[in-house]
Ligand binder design. Structure first.
Ligand code: 26Q
Length: 797
């Protein structure tokens, strides 16, 4: 049975289900129900609607013996779920009505839901968009990850500086999941390996239990639902009764503490990895549980182990689950008696690996002694994989080198395909990090340009624009986003333009109200909303943006009566807690905001705002309200970007470099609708070879020199001349990210943006052309690419 056979949901039926859950699941009399109780009851009533399609999909996959996709990811940055489900089931109107009949405002209830923030940024959000597209396309799939007790930290500003507190989404019941106590695996660590009768035996020292929690992920119109299975770590032995009986009450809890630590918290770094033992344990914990689970499912269906690649496609979201290769090989050899060669071949035919970064400091590697101590059997297997790779290809690239186990090389050698996430990035993967492995395996690397789910990132977050698009070109775009190009016929139509501006104005008002309620800040909604939202990193160059802001402030003060275009500069994003320079950048932005926002000369022309704790829900408010999208990373450093796609799709032109997916966005929306500046990736590389390039660039730029001089003089730091010496020193002495070299062109391009923004029809045309041209960036297109080129799967309905 699919969802179509289900009785349709009406406001009345949903209302009575909500009331029933309120009483029977929450134990609350409607008279005394809190916002929390209403949210829980609504969520449970909606969850009920997903169960039948979910069962039906599982049955259909089983009966059709369809190949399944397993998406292994350390991160799933999901955000809120109520709206996701009502939109996909097409019951938002019904839900609004039902809640209102119960005396509740649906949107207030929706906003009460905490974000599931089980990810850092792009990679984790991509996994969530992929889950949505897999369900929408009816491709049988499981997402596998960790059920972190604490997701990404909450960010606060104290005197302009970032502080962090633990996030606690599980403090409230997570109603969307189903606990599966019967689905649990023992995961082992440490110990030693012995050889007995020619077979290796692993004698582990430690064991924890991986226990499954399932969340159904329903696709468009509820036609298909897949499973997100997250693993929680639990002790195999709940309690040490011997210790307790001896009076050692702390010791009695030791097994529990040890086990639960593993799924306690998400690592908050997204670019530097420092080889922590707990991180390796997390990686092995969820990967091993997932591999054991998919093998159990496969064998329970009566299949022969040699047939595994015809039934199973495992996608590794970066190297974090790269231990999947050796783990699968281990199980095939040690438990299923395959030869080493057959085990490696079988595993390789199942595995594929996506690379998300070229930054050397983000490439995972583990000290070999640590690795061998935690995973002694896998250490041996990797040596064996390496020997065979060296022999078979004559390549000199080693997986274990200089006392380190390199996870990128491991993932590459064990995968049948390796992909980058934008056209430029995939070429750079071939030319740089994996050039030698590319020579040894020339058909292995391919490209799958990232995408975003249009359900969340247009349909749901931007009702104003959704309505206008429906009125203008109909609704075919709901299932085929490339239909948005039909908007091109209306770009010069005055009434369409006016309606497009009205939709943007609605979204800017909504954001202004949100910020007013949250922080008491008043925004000038007639000003251009210029937005940079993403993790804080030197390569993303938020500091270039804030230096440009200071330069603009200077120019306005020099000539306050000129024809300036009023702007609000909006920043959002978190810095990894240990990344000192990124934290300095945050401090600088907040210091500059405090100075500029209090300047009576410029107050109607320039404002800087940086709301705390940027997350998925905040993105859903900011993105539809944006006029200008800042995508200004140093060329060659941003693998793809996906925020760039969300902003452009929502009618916000980009000012950006030729980096990551910006290149393809510009091709799709048209060069005339994109504000391009900056060095290319090749020019950037060449520039780094020129001795003293940054000092020279600064000295030849009066605008930049003046700004840096002001920072050095303490203009933004109450006279403190040293507060930003880390940033300044970096720029003068080793400006690896070439801010100094791109600055003047960036500043000039921004002045061009100012001018175009004042030409209202021209600007509106550009903004709408962005929406019209972005259909290709649907994650449905991306997933079809993976299915066809990598997984060998397709839609099953
Ligand atoms: C690794 C080891 C130890 C601790 C942490 C990590 C770690 C965790 C997360 C390393 C990297 C990440 C996340 C990377 C990431 O989000 N990359 C982004 O992926 C997006 C989706 O492909 C791209 O659009 C972005 O360009 C890329 O930066």
């Amino acid at each position: 049975m699919t969802a179509q056979n289900q009785t349709p949901v009406t406001a009345e039926s949903l209302q009575s289900e909500i009331t029933r859950h309120l009483k029977l699941s929450l134990g609350k009399d409607p008279k005394h129900a809190s916002l929390y109780d209403w949210r829980m009851s609504l969520s449970l009533a909606l969850r009920d609607q997903v169960v039948e399609p979910w069962f039906a999909s599982t049955r259909q996959t089983y009966e059709g013996k369809h190949k399944r996709v397993y998406y292994l990811s350390m991160e799933f940055l999901i955000g809120r779920l109520i709206e996701d489900v009502t939109i996909n089931l097409d019951v938002e109107g019904v839900a609004v009505e039902a809640m209102s009949a119960l005396g509740q405002d649906y949107y207030t209830v929706v906003a009460n839901e905490p974000d599931a923030a089980l990810g850092n940024g792009g990679l984790g959000r991509l996994a969530a968009c992929f889950m949505d597209s897999l369900a929408t396309l009816a491709i049988p799939a499981y997402g596998y990850g960790i059920r972190y007790e604490h997701g990404l930290f909450e960010q606060h500003f104290e005197n302009g500086q970032q502080t962090e507190t633990a996030e606690g989404w599980l403090a409230q019941r997570h109603v969307w999941e189903f606990e599966r106590p019967e689905v649990a695996y023992n995961i082992h660590f440490g110990g030693y390996v012995s050889d007995e009768g020619g077979k290796a035996h692993w004698h582990p020292a430690e064991t924890v239990l991986a226990s499954a929690y399932d969340t159904p992920v329903v696709g468009w119109k509820g036609k298909w639902a897949n499973t997100l299975r997250l693993w929680a770590a639990k002790p195999v032995k709940l309690f040490d009764l011997d210790s307790f009986n001896r009076g050692d009450y702390v010791g009695a809890n030791a097994p529990e503490r040890l086990a639960r630590t593993i799924s306690r918290v998400l690592y908050p770094d997204d670019t530097t990895q420092d080889g922590k033992e707990l991180r390796l344990k997390q990686e092995y914990f969820f990967t091993s549980a997932s591999i054991k689970d998919l093998l159990r499912r496969f064998l329970s269906e009566g299949n022969k182990i040699e047939d595994l690649p015809n039934h199973v496609a495992i996608q590794l979201n970066d190297t974090h689950p790269a231990i999947a290769g050796p783990e699968l090989v281990r199980l095939l050899i040690d438990k299923h008696d395959l030869s080493e060669e057959a085990a490696i071949d079988t595993a390789r035919q199942c595995l594929a690996y996506t690379n998300h970064t070229l930054l050397p400091e983000a490439l995972e590697s583990w000290p070999e002694d640590l690795f061998a101590r935690i995973l002694p059997r896998h250490h041996r297997i990797i040596q064996m994989i390496q020997e065979r790779h060296l022999q078979q290809t004559g390549s000199h690239v080693r997986i274990i080198e200089h006392g380190n186990v390199k996870m990128g090389e491991l993932a590459f050698v064990m995968a049948h395909h390796v992909n980058g996430v934008s056209a430029l990035h995939s070429e750079l993967v071939k030319e740089t990090v994996f050039s030698d492995l590319h020579a040894a395996y020339p058909d292995r690397i391919l490209n799958q340009t990232n995408g975003i789910t249009p359900r969340r990132w247009l349909y749901s977050c931007n009702p104003a624009l959704r309505g206008l698009i429906n009125d203008t070109i109909g609704t075919a775009w709901h299932t085929d986003l490339e239909q948005l190009q039909d908007l091109n016929a209306h770009l010069d139509d005055a009434s369409f333009q006016q309606a497009f501006r009205a939709a943007k104005a609605t979204n800017k008002d909504r954001m202004a109200k949100w910020l007013k309620d949250r922080n008491g800040i008043t925004l000038d909604t007639s000003a251009m909303f210029d937005i940079q939202i993403k993790r804080i990193h030197e390569y993303k160059r938020q500091h270039m943006n804030i230096l440009e802001t200071i330069a603009l402030w200077n120019e306005i003060r020099d000539n306050p009566t000129a024809n300036w275009t009023p702007r609000v500069k909006i920043f959002g994003g978190k810095a990894a807690p240990g990344y000192a320079l990124a934290k300095s950048i945050i401090h600088l932005i907040n210091d500059v905001a405090a100075t500029i926002n209090n300047d009576p000369v410029t107050k109607d022309l320039l404002q800087v705002v940086y709301p705390e704790n940027y997350n998925v829900s905040m993105a859903e408010i900011l993105i539809p309200a944006s006029d200008l999208s800042e995508q200004i990373s140093t060329a060659g450093k941003e693998a793809s970007g996906t925020g760039n796609m969300k902003l452009s799709l929502n009618g916000s032109p980009t000012i950006g470099t030729l980096d990551g997916a910006n290149v393809e966005i510009r091709e799709h929306v048209g060069a005339e609708n994109f504000f391009l500046f900056g060095l290319t990736a090749q020019e950037a590389d060449a520039k780094r070879g020129e001795h003293g390039y940054s000092r020279r660039a600064i000295e030849s730029s009066p605008v930049l020199s003046r700004v840096l001089g002001q920072i050095a003089a303490g203009v933004f730091s109450a006279g403190d001349r040293y507060r930003y010496s880390d940033i300044l020193h970096n720029l003068y002495e080793h400006d690896y990210f070439l801010l100094s070299c791109d600055f003047d062109e960036y500043f000039a391009k921004q002045r061009e943006v100012d001018a175009v923004y004042q030409d209202v029809p021209r600007w509106t045309r550009m903004a709408a052309a962005n929406t019209a041209g972005m259909g290709w960036f649907s994650s449905d297109r991306t997933i079809r690419g993976y299915a066809k080129d990598i997984w060998g799967t397709a839609s099953v309905i």
